[in-house]
Write a protein that binds this ligand. Structure first.
Ligand code: FAD
Length: 545
């Protein structure tokens, strides 16, 4: 059995190692057009900033190790140019000699990844402009920083990679301008959660330009001296790093006549077989089934690539394997002291797909507030208003964002409802969490909402015509004013609630939604028919104005 793998990084290297473990007799070959395999692309930004000090740490496995330990032949600098499905062979150019080699296969696994988008008007790029996709991109950026003594940089793209680069350049003392064509950074997040990250960037001195695109460069002696934006702004710079998203690298698959899905990724079944059962495809180049939407999507992330590689390797080597699970696009990024993470669908994604949703937003300490070091965490869960099924979640904060999103991703994977989320038995001691974890709190709010006890309304709801009751303190009201509200601080509620009109639709508001819930319960229990709580309170509403 001859297994040939094209692409030797995340998906390809996983496939190769798994194939060997499942079949000690198979002849396994990796063809990789780059000069290394199995490097940690996710670590590239952190070597630029010096947080990963040794470049060598990024080389997770070498061709020598693959041969020594697994007897997997690795041919680096071999660019596969054609798949001949009829004769089951691939053609590759040996980039060192220029020779064309033909390699036969019984099973072929493609993991050719994706290509970074290049903003159209900026091609060809001057030498101090780079994407960050490979080790050589990283080396070029580091060399530019060193040789040009870079003090100012422009990062194009406020997605996960762009933000990591911003953080790392800032760490080097470089003044950074971040240019993002969308009106917010981190598009998978809803606006308010992205605003928390944007505020953090601005506090750190990052010059944030939202809603503008890179137009072209001012070039002097082969160097970009300014990045010119679509709104006419010119940003003087010594380095530009572009992280403007990716598209699947599918030309080999397209030329070979393999089926391509609507999203632009290669169509695969749950064993990662393409429309030709002897040809598998994994990683950024494929589309996978989304666990909430139940439709194919592309999620160019390392987790799905590695897991799919493992499945393809096993299936190719032995004819059987577990099926690839559905994906949720669970993702995380650190931005200075904050972490942002998400899973499943945002409100935006639900709206775009006409999926009915409700959301509960809480602000909670990362662990028991009386234990030193607690950091605040904003958590939002999105759920179905009809059956309470979880649709998605996002969180921004200090410690503990990762575990909350991973727990909720697990719950969504198993089709949990908000009531089931509220039942989870989670580990607790004061340094780690709270007896009622933020996950429980978000779930409790959602359960209250669905049983109208009382219900939640969106932080950007139109409050006109409603009796708005502000239960915050005078100091809080001064800091974040809420016009047209009747102020009754929560501890005055037992004496003063009669001042309110029970026949008016009423919304109770506080900073986070917690005290507002107490007020809303008080009113509902006293006969107010239409009472709701502004979820997330002013901490979120103020970010949306
Ligand atoms: P890759 O790992 O990109 O491997 C594809 C390989 O195929 C490449 O080495 C390429 O040279 C080779 N190849 C392509 N065409 C040919 C050909 N014709 N012949 C031979 N070889 C070929 N994901 C996360 O989940 N979390 C993160 O924190 C994260 N951070 C990232 C940071 C950066 C800077 C980058 C660049 C990516 C990051 N990712 C992250 C994304 C993640 O790395 C990718 O989703 C993952 O590597 C995809 O795996 P893959 O096997 O599909 O492609």
């Amino acid at each position: 059995m001859k297994i040939v793998i094209v692409g030797g990084v995340a998906g390809g290297a996983s496939a190769a190692a798994r194939a060997r473990r499942c079949n000690p007799r198979a002849e396994i070959t990796i063809l990789e057009k780059g000069s290394v395999i199995s490097f940690a692309n996710c670590g590239l930004p952190y070597h630029i900033g010096g947080e990963i000090a040794l470049r060598q740490k990024l080389l997770v496995a070498t061709p020598e190790l693959f041969w020594k330990r697994f007897r997997i032949a690795v041919r680096t600098q071999h660019d596969v140019t054609r798949i001949d499905r009829e004769h089951r062979r691939v053609e590759a150019i040996d980039l060192l000699t220029g020779q064309v080699v033909t390699i036969p296969y019984d099973r072929l696994i493609l993991s050719t990844g994706s290509e970074p988008n290049k903003p159209a008007a900026s091609v060809p790029w001057p030498s101090n402009v780079s994407q960050l996709w490979t080790l050589s991109d990283m080396d070029r950026i580091i060399e530019t920083i060193r040789s040009q003594n870079v003090k100012r940089a422009v990062v194009v793209g406020g997605g996960f990679v762009g933000l990591e680069v911003v953080e790392q350049l800032h760490r080097l003392g470089i003044a950074v301008t971040l240019v993002e064509r969308n009106p917010q950074v981190l598009m998978p997040l809803d606006v308010a959660f992205a605003r928390i990250i944007e505020n953090c960037l601005v506090e750190k001195g990052v010059d944030l330009k939202l809603g503008v695109d890179l137009q072209d460069f001012t070039i002097e002696n082969g160097f970009a001296t300014a990045a010119n934006l679509s709104n006419g702004t010119k940003i003087a710079t010594e380095l530009v790093v572009v992280g403007a998203g990716v598209r699947p690298r599918t030309s080999l698959a397209v030329d070979a006549g393999l089926l391509i899905g609507e999203s632009g990724g290669v169509t695969v079944n749950s064993f990662m077989q393409t429309s030709d059962p002897d040809v598998y495809a994994v990683g950024d180049m494929v589309e996978l089934v989304h666990g909430v939407l139940n439709e194919p999507v592309r999620v160019p992330l390392a987790g799905p690539a590695n897991r799919a590689g493992r499945i393809a390797g096993e299936h190719a080597a032995g004819g059987d394997s577990p099926a690839m699970g559905k994906i949720l696009g669970t993702a995380i990024v650190r931005v200075f002291e904050l972490t942002a993470a998400c899973t499943g669908l945002s409100e935006k994604a639900c709206s775009a797909k006409d999926i009915p949703f409700k959301a509960s937003i809480i602000l909670a300490p990362s662990h028991a507030s009386y234990f030193p070091g607690a950091q605040s965490l904003q958590l939002k869960i999105v759920y179905s208003p009809t059956d309470g099924k979880l649709l998605g979640a996002q969180a921004v904060g200090g410690d503990g964002v990762d575990k909350r999103i991973d727990v909720i991703a697990t719950a969504i994977h198993f089709g949990a409802t908000v009531w089931q989320l509220a039942e989870l038995d989670l580990a607790y001691a004061p340094p780690f969490g709270s007896a009622k974890d933020p996950i429980h709190m978000a779930a409790f709010c959602a359960c209250n909402d669905l049983s109208n006890a009382p219900n939640l309304i969106s932080p950007n709801a139109d409050l006109s015509g409603k009796q708005i009751v502000d239960v915050r303190t005078a100091k809080e009201r001064l800091e974040l004013p809420l016009p047209h509200a009747i102020s009754i601080e929560i501890d005055e509620f037992p004496e003063r609630w009669q001042e309110l009109d029970p026949n008016k639709p009423t919304v109770v508001v506080c900073h986070s939604g917690k005290r507002a819930h107490i007020g809303a319960c008080w009113l509902r229990g006293n006969g107010f028919k239409d009472v709701s709580n502004l979820t997330g309170g002013m901490s979120i509403r103020s970010l949306l104005s």
